[in-house]
Design a binder for this molecule. Structure first.
Ligand SMILES: [Zn+2]
Length: 358
């Protein structure tokens, strides 16, 4: 698998933010940007659905419909299981909410918010297309994000109605700003925000796999802010959000959200986290089930499970937020002398998200 290329990432962000420096979902420009994205994904050999959906009347909405992009890299033997990597293609300008309540009249180039995430999604498509994934990978560019996550709500509702089997959603929104308003900087790690449950299991596993590039945040999103992963969480799916550690609030939703302030090497690192996560999840065997700790009194621990393909037994102290160790396993049981079963949480993985023992 190729590594993400900062030059490719920069080219996408520069083109979008200069060609369509206002991609508000109420304006035809968001459709022009979507059509350009469709062309990029088609050129990679991926079938693309231009998903048209009605906009819900309300604040910030004057148009009756919008379009968003859903491209598919079909899986092989586990094709009914899906992985989604996403970002939003639309932008908004919030500098004058009194005279411009729809945020459509002034420029909103949205280079970091969220052409950075969009470039990550396209780069993941470029470097994963030859992977022959067992699971289907979908590359999604939402619209309506700035009107209240409208596009993501439509897709999450559809996924629930059609019974999609989604292993994970990786949502990327503002992932290339490395310096905040106070001069603090972070160029290595990205925040991975997750609600409790399976989404947090995904985030915790991403941290184990690439600890130098993940800053775990155990909440669903930042205070007062929203993201396109949340409608998927609310529909019961596993979904996390990636966002830079150091946000620059002064440039968000303003004409100043331009490429000159972005760090494309940092964006490449975050894109690599996405691509590596997708590749590992796409190639992992079906998850094991019924993972249990043998409750018989004694030292160490005996863990059992059902299903083939187990590769790793993980453990962490009951108070630890992150996995602390793992050992290779096969078959359907593992016995360890340490740690003591009463003092630890165990999980078994087939190469993807570990399944916790009860
Ligand atoms: Zn955004």
């Amino acid at each position: 698998m190729h590594s993400p290329d900062p030059i490719e990432l920069r080219a996408v962000v520069e083109h979008l933010s200069r060609q369509w420096p206002n991609r508000n979902s109420n304006l035809p420009t968001h459709r022009e940007a979507a059509a350009w994205i469709e062309g990029k994904l088609n050129a990679l050999g991926l079938p693309v659905e231009m998903m048209e959906y009605p906009l819900v009347p309300g604040p910030r909405v004057v148009s009756e419909s919008a379009v968003q992009v859903v491209a598919t890299l079909p899986g092989t033997d586990l094709a009914n299981e899906r992985l989604i990597v996403s970002a939003h293609l639309d932008t908004i300008n919030w500098t004058d909410r009194v005279n411009d309540p729809y945020g459509i009249n002034a420029p909103s180039p949205g280079a970091n918010d969220d052409a950075s995430g969009l470039a990550c999604v396209l780069e993941c498509a470029r470097i994963l297309r030859d992977l022959q994934p067992r699971r289907t990978i979908q590359f999604v560019l939402f619209s309506g994000e700035e009107q209240g996550l409208l596009g993501a709500k439509w897709l999450a509702q559809r996924a629930a109605a059609e019974g999609w089997n989604i292993t994970a959603v990786l949502n990327n929104d503002m992932i290339a700003n490395a310096v905040d308003d106070h001069g603090r900087s972070e160029t290595q790690r990205v925040r991975v925000l997750s609600p409790e449950g399976r989404s947090r299991d995904l985030a915790r596993w991403m941290h184990w796999e690439m600890p130098d590039h993940v800053k775990l945040i155990f909440r669903h999103d930042r205070f007062g802010r929203g993201g396109d992963h949340t409608p998927f969480n609310q529909a019961g799916f596993t979904a996390v959000r990636m966002t830079e550690v150091c946000e620059n609030y002064g440039r968000q939703h303003t004409p100043q959200d331009t490429t000159e302030f972005m760090d494309f090497d940092y964006l490449a690192r975050v894109t690599d986290l996405n691509a590596q996560t997708l590749a590992r999840l796409a190639l992992a065997s079906p998850e094991v089930t019924n993972v249990k700790v043998d409750p018989t009194q004694g030292y160490g621990a005996r863990i059992t499970w059902e299903g083939d393909g187990a590769q790793w037994l993980y453990w962490r102290d009951t108070t630890s937020p992150v996995w602390e160790g793992r050992v290779a396993v096969t078959g359907n049981e593992a016995v360890v002398a340490e740690p003591h079963k009463d003092d630890a949480i165990f999980a078994v993985s087939t190469g993807g998200i570990p399944v916790e023992a009860l």
